[in-house]
Design a protein around this ligand. Structure first.
Ligand code: NAP
Length: 408
């Protein structure tokens, strides 16, 4: 079997092996290469071809005997193949990937002012695609450049904003390179980051009603073209959307929300088993972190202390991928928790008649009363959830969630 792979410095978050596994039948592995060993890797590898990521897209160029025209023009190589004479040919499939992402957005950049955040390898490719698609101007915003984060007001008329910085990427999620409220004319936000699925930048764009797209479609599209180059074939672009769906279904968490006692833990465990995922119970993680039971913590330290701990623990859990997460009933009472869940989770509301809700060991259900608690939270549960399921029997409910989320 032919051997391919991805080289880069840190590859822990990579989805590439999953994507290539869905594209073709060859071995595809991750190769973490340290900076001072790149030369040895290039001289000694027995791979037939490989993709290249941070920080080597420019560094591999001197090792390539020939380059495609676009790789040479852009000065960035993300796909390397071994030629018959053993030498390397370097290409840039990020170009196709970003052009695919741009087309998928349905927004034409022709005649529009664009700004590109970051000046690294991906930025060069993005600039080339925007120019080829007739953007009226393409300005690079760089921390150290003439156009920088201190004079963004010069570009408040930008219509298209593309993030090519790693700001907001897993595991340092929740931060954004710019505040979109400073760009009143913005009509399209493209973020090359694909993990998490929705960065803070994407979430802010969506909250402002600006069309926004994350980098997964680009990642799959560049992989598809690389795979075609590896195998000298030409596959249909239709596979890109279907692989994107499959990857999302594997990587998005399923977060269960709902009233205390509605069955989140029971259904969550069953769902995790049925979907072969790890199950995480937020309350259990909080108790582990504090070394005490939640009723004890609320009784001694108060509700605010508990909620702050809950948010801190959720921050760590929610940026992970492919888990089933049972949240606490009051998670929706803290606005800060909403983007934490939204970044990488499909949120499912479990509904159960109030009379059937278990209140034993649940201090707020006991002190406030289940009905008062429900009235406080019911609108939030509706607003936060993408899917609502009546929990009649846990097994049936878990099955129903699985069917609804993985119906393709
Ligand atoms: P890179 O060569 O390291 O460039 C990133 C640029 O971002 C840097 O040159 C820097 O520009 C800026 N930057 C770095 N750290 C920053 C910080 N803390 N705050 C603000 N700006 C910072 O990396 P790359 O290959 O271009 O990749 C960049 C991002 O795009 C990564 O997140 C990568 O995963 C993603 N990407 C995605 C795809 C995809 O298929 N979806 C493909 C390629 C890349 P300045 O010094 O000029 O500020």
């Amino acid at each position: 079997m032919k051997k391919y792979g991805l080289i880069g410095e840190k590859l822990g978050h990579s989805f590439s092996p999953q994507i290539h596994g869905l594209l073709q039948d060859y071995e595809y592995r991750l190769y973490e290469v340290e900076r001072d060993t790149l030369s040895r890797f290039m001289n000694e590898t027995d791979l037939q071809g490989f993709n290249v990521t941070i920080p080597y897209k420019q560094e591999v160029i001197p090792f390539c005997k020939t380059l495609s025209d676009r790789a040479a023009a852009i000065g960035s190589v993300n796909t390397v193949v071994r030629m018959k004479d053993g030498s390397f040919f370097g290409d840039n499939t990020d170009y196709f990937g970003f052009e695919y992402m741009l087309k998928k957005s349905g927004v034409s950049v022709s005649g529009k002012k664009a700004i590109v955040l970051g000046s690294g390898g991906a930025s060069k490719t993005v600039q080339a695609v925007l120019k080829a698609n007739n953007a009226s101007s393409v300005t690079v915003v760089s921390r150290t450049g003439e156009n920088n984060y201190g004079n963004l007001q010069l570009h408040k008329d930008a219509v298209v904003i593309v993030n090519t910085t790693p700001l907001g990427m897993y595991p340092n999620t929740g931060v954004s390179p710019v505040d979109l409220t400073s760009f009143p004319d913005c009509r399209l936000v493209l973020d090359l980051i694909y993990n998490p699925d929705k960065t803070a930048l994407i979430l802010q764009a969506k909250s402002l009603g600006i069309p926004a797209f994350s980098g997964l479609s680009m990642l799959v599209a560049q992989a598809k073209e690389a795979s075609d180059i590896f195998t000298s074939t030409r596959s249909s672009d239709d596979v890109i959307a279907s692989i994107e769906k499959t990857i999302l279904s594997q990587t998005m968490n399923i977060a269960l929300i709902g009233m205390p006692g509605c069955g989140k833990t029971t259904v969550g465990k069953l769902l995790a088993e049925m979907t072969d995922r790890e199950f995480i119970d937020l309350d259990e993680e909080i108790e582990k972190a504090l070394g005490r039971s939640i009723p004890d913590v609320i009784a001694s330290e108060g509700l605010e202390y508990f909620r702050n701990t809950e948010t801190a623990v959720l921050r760590k859990i929610s940026c992970q991928s492919g888990k089933v997460i049972a949240t606490g009933g009051g998670v929706v009472t803290i606005p800060e928790n909403k983007p934490l869940l939204a970044q990488n989770s499909i949120t499912v509301l479990l509904e159960r008649p109030l009379k059937d809700l278990e209140s034993k060991g649940r201090p707020l259900s006991q002190s406030k009363g289940v009905e008062a608690l429900y009235n406080e939270r019911k609108d939030l549960y509706q607003e936060w959830s993408e899917l609502k399921i009546a929990n009649i029997s846990p097994k049936q409910t878990a099955k129903e969630i699985k069917e609804k989320l993985f119906h393709f």
